[in-house]
Design a protein around this ligand. Structure first.
Ligand SMILES: Cc1ncc(COP(=O)(O)O)c(C=O)c1O
Length: 424
């Protein structure tokens, strides 16, 4: 093993061990998931799908991929007769690219005919959406025509009325629901009804809340969407990869293709080459772990921990976007503290807590936004509970609100972390 890399890996593992990780999109994969990721499956090319590969020698990769598909359906309580499933996307962004390609494949045919049509109506980044939901710096806003909906500036909640008005005005081909920094439940039913009323596909991006959804702690998007996707490395504790679920029904704009066939073609050969079968196996392992009763308890604890953290932070005077949380994350609005998200992020990291700065509605600069996002999936994986959340809230208060160094807090953090070892 290369000595420099070995040293850097050792250091990174130590950093993970000695940090309270409140980054809402991160987690610790199990040793078994890591084992499959680092397995010789990485050596294999398997372009195509089980039973229809463009390379020989895929007898075991076929079985692994089918297992991942079956387990993905099982974890979300879906029937193979109703939903197609693709486990090959390299990650969340390539998954969304493939979905857009699949659903917008009549775009070229329509170009130049009459009014320009909107391709995507997505949740804006500054309201809590993801870059791939139509942001202008991302492919989703660069190669597709995107319009954005957002939250009500006062309540911080999704403005469903405005979303409906935008849908009626722009008649998008896809409405994207789902978020990366939204602390409340998303009304997938409402968005599904709006999408239906304008003939749009409803894509639900449940990357953040997949674990909660699987455990029945967040209303399911599946009865109300045409396509759903999720990354597998957040609340699901799997590898960096993604899954796309699509309804087995005819496409509106292309009667020759069913949605799952269009998605499969858009993933391979449309936007990707050979799938990473090591990641697919690691995903199948994570999905097996997610089907156990302990996983439901784990997700429940994530939500309880987020509520405890939010409650304690509020008590000490922090202003939370929407006033709290009902999922795995919360957002502190720092505007009234004369501090921006970047300086808060740096102060916390210096003391041994990682949490990322985040835009809050009305922010102009994504580099210096006025919010900080805190999530509980990773600390819950370490075994922390409400008691520790209250402690962490106190430390955050000490680091951000009190003058002077955080030397004493740093030592207390290290002491506590020793009681909550990483799973590797
Ligand atoms: C809601 C949502 N969708 C998509 C993605 C993209 O995933 P990836 O970073 O794996 O490309 C993310 C990542 O944070 C996300 O939060």
């Amino acid at each position: 093993m290369d000595a420099i890399l070995k040293h850097l890996l050792k250091k990174e593992i130590l950093r993970q061990k000695t940090t309270i990780n409140l980054i809402a999109s991160e987690n610790y994969a199990s040793p078994d998931v890591l084992r499959f990721l680092g397995s010789p499956l990485t050596n294999k090319y398997s372009e195509g799908y089980p039973g229809k590969r463009y390379y020989p020698g895929n007898v075991y990769c076929d079985k692994i991929e089918k297992l991942a598909q079956e387990r993905a359906l099982k974890v979300f309580r879906l029937k193979a007769e109703s939903w197609g499933v693709n486990v090959q996307p390299y990650s969340g962004s390539p998954a969304n690219l493939a979905i857009y390609f699949a659903l917008l494949n009549d775009r070229a045919a329509n170009a130049g005919k009459g009014e320009p049509k909107t391709d995507i109506l997505g949740f804006s980044l500054s309201s809590g959406g993801h870059l791939t939901h139509g942001h202008k710096v991302n492919f989703s806003g660069k190669i597709f025509r995107a319009v954005q909906y957002g939250v009500d500036p006062k309540s911080g909640l999704i403005d469903y009325k405005k979303l409906e008005a935008l849908a009626k005005k722009h008649r998008p081909k896809i409405i994207v629901s789902g978020a990366t920094a939204y602390p409340r439940k998303i009304d997938f039913r409402k968005i599904g009804v709006i999408a239906g009323s304008v003939g749009a596909y409803h894509l639900a991006d449940i990357s953040h809340i997949a674990g909660l959804t699987a455990a029945g702690l967040h209303p399911s998007p599946f009865p109300h969407c045409d396509v759903a996707m999720t990354t597998t490395h957040k609340t699901l504790r799997g590898p960096r990869a993604a899954i796309i679920f699509s309804k087995r029904r005819k496409m509106i704009h292309n009667s020759a293709l069913m949605l799952p066939d269009a998605i499969d073609r858009a993933v391979f050969p449309g936007t990707q080459g050979g799938p990473h079968e090591n990641a697919v196996a690691a995903m199948a392992q994570a999905l097996e772990e997610a089907s156990k009763p302990a996983f439901k308890n784990y997700q429940k604890q994530i939500v309880k921990n987020a509520a405890a953290l939010a409650g304690a932070l509020k008590k000490s005077g922090f202003n939370l976007v929407t006033g709290g949380t009902d999922n795995h994350l919360l957002l502190i609005d720092l505007k009234n503290l004369g501090m921006d998200g970047l300086s808060a992020e740096r102060r916390l990291e210096e003391a041994g807590i990682t949490a990322n700065r985040n835009a809050i509605i009305g922010d102009a600069s994504p580099f210096r936004p006025s919010g900080i996002r805190l999530g509980t999936p990773a600390v819950t994986t370490r075994g922390m509970k409400e008691k520790e959340m209250k402690k962490i809230a106190g430390w955050i208060y000490g680091i951000l609100m009190k003058k002077g160094g955080s030397g004493a807090i740093k030592a207390e953090i290290q002491k506590m972390l020793k009681r909550f070892p990483l799973p590797y």
